[in-house]
Design a protein around this ligand. Structure first.
Ligand code: PHE
Length: 443
């Protein structure tokens, strides 16, 4: 299929801005607002944050560029991308399949958490948090966590919404809403940080986040920081390959990749600052686990004027941020069945959605299952996928790399990226994976 025909058939982004927005929509999600603060709390703060930031710069950003480049060069779903660019090598296609599997696994537990956010949106409207003390706010989350039926219902509602959007045009509706809702989410977060600044725990929160205590670093926490860099930037499973595949051949990829990584990181750090200010002001536990955001922010919503409006808005926006990420997860799986297996999109999407719903049910019931799914995908599937994507881009895409417009940014960027993608990123990923498995001992 020639490029032109395929572009007309598959569609292209309306503008460069539309691409950045959609890709940032995929990157910014529960990973930033729910997961980053909670795993930072569990892993002891500053040192973990530092490893995460280093992972974003040294591994995440280069691989983000590689994924967009892969998609843009092939104009196909991730499996098709590897097929086209490797001349049909089954081994390389396996990397695409790994991504499809990761899509199933991640969305199954992601949707359960998004269901919690929707439940809190519902609560904000029906029983506002007004007047509740921190202990009662905490208990509210424990009640939800002990009530799988409610969790499963909301998980279903969220999957249902995701399926509806993926069936009917990801582009028009979602692009339009993203333009309004993503900046709004940013504003609310800024407000929460502003509020955090007035609380007694603000400086302690900052210290917890940014003052590294290296004695807290373990091989497992280093792997988690690296895995989270992949998770939060939607890397290692083909989501960014898929979004890149809707770019035009002449489109720039360097600028957008930097924008996406910066936006994603800033939003995570803002969420962290807001949440840890509250944690330290009200003597809550930083290591509370997956419930952290649900046990902290409502404490503020309960105290302030218009708290009900603000909490409804916050959980609405969190749900929306989760949706823009969930559709990119589902899109990877759907694109594979549509592009490679010739299944009709209208059939593939609901069937896959239903399978993912069932796969998520045990995550709603058992914490351990939830943890295992998260850890399998974040700490194993994504870094492994990312490793092979880096190798493929660095060693097999020489012609395509020449076409990237690095000159706009200076030759140093080309040299730096080439070195990182070929040597630094894959070696770092390999060392961290082997170190956490105990096969080699670095730390
Ligand atoms: N990046 C998303 C988030 O932070 C999650 C995600 C992971 C989306 C992998 C797509 C692919 O919430």
């Amino acid at each position: 299929m020639s490029d032109k025909i395929s572009a007309v058939k598959r569609g292209v982004w309306g503008s460069k801005f539309a691409f950045v927005l959609a890709a940032a929509g995929s990157a910014v999600g529960l990973g930033n607002i729910w997961k980053f603060p909670y795993i930072t709390g569990v892993n002891g703060g500053g040192a973990f944050v530092l490893v995460y930031l280093l992972s974003v710069v040294l591994v995440g950003l280069p691989i983000l560029m590689a994924e967009i480049l892969l998609g843009k060069s092939a104009h196909r779903d991730p499996v098709g991308t590897f097929k086209v660019l490797s001349n049909g090598s089954k081994g390389w296609m396996l990397v695409g399949w790994l991504g499809v599997i990761a899509g199933f696994v991640i969305l199954s537990f992601y949707s359960v958490v998004a269901g919690w956010a929707m439940n809190y949106l519902f609560k904000s409207i029906i029983h506002p948090f007004t007047g509740l003390d921190p202990k009662s706010v905490s208990e509210m989350f424990s009640h939800l966590a002990a009530d799988p039926k409610t969790e499963i219902i909301w998980h279903f509602v969220f999957m249902f919404l995701t399926v509806i959007i993926v069936i009917g045009g990801v582009k028009s509706g979602l692009e339009k809403w993203s333009k309004i809702l993503m900046p709004l989410l940013f504003l609310i977060l800024l407000f929460m940080v502003g509020y955090g600044m007035t609380t007694t725990g603000f400086s302690k929160g900052l210290e917890f986040l940014f003052k590294p205590d290296f004695s807290k670093l373990t091989p497992k926490s280093i792997l988690e920081a690296l895995g989270h860099a992949f998770f939060t930037l939607s890397l290692g499973m083909g989501a960014m390959i898929t979004y890149g595949s809707y770019l035009k051949n002449e489109d720039d990829i360097v600028g957008p990749a930097i924008w996406i990584a910066v936006l994603d990181t800033v939003i995570a750090l803002l969420a962290g600052i807001a949440i840890f200010s509250i944690v330290f002001s009200f003597n809550l536990k930083p290591g509370a686990g997956p419930g952290l955001v649900f046990q902290t922010l409502p404490v503020i919503f309960a105290k302030i004027k218009f708290g009900m409006v603000l909490s409804s808005l916050f959980f609405l926006l969190l749900t929306f941020a989760a949706l823009t990420s969930a559709i990119s997860l589902l899109e990877v799986v759907v694109a594979y069945f549509v592009d490679e297996m010739n299944v009709n999109r209208k059939i593939a999407t609901p069937v896959i959605g239903l399978i993912i719903f069932f796969l998520g049910v045990p995550s709603a019931i058992w914490d351990n299952f939830f943890g295992a799914m998260d850890s399998l995908s974040t700490n194993f599937l994504l870094p492994t996928g990312g490793f092979f994507i880096a190798i493929f881009a660095g060693y097999r895409l020489k012609e395509e790399i020449k076409k990237i417009n690095f000159s706009k940014y200076g030759n140093w960027l080309y040299i730096g990226w080439n070195f990182t993608i070929r040597y630094l990123s894959p070696i770092l990923v390999l060392i961290i994976l082997l170190n956490s498995l105990g096969i080699i001992k670095v730390i």
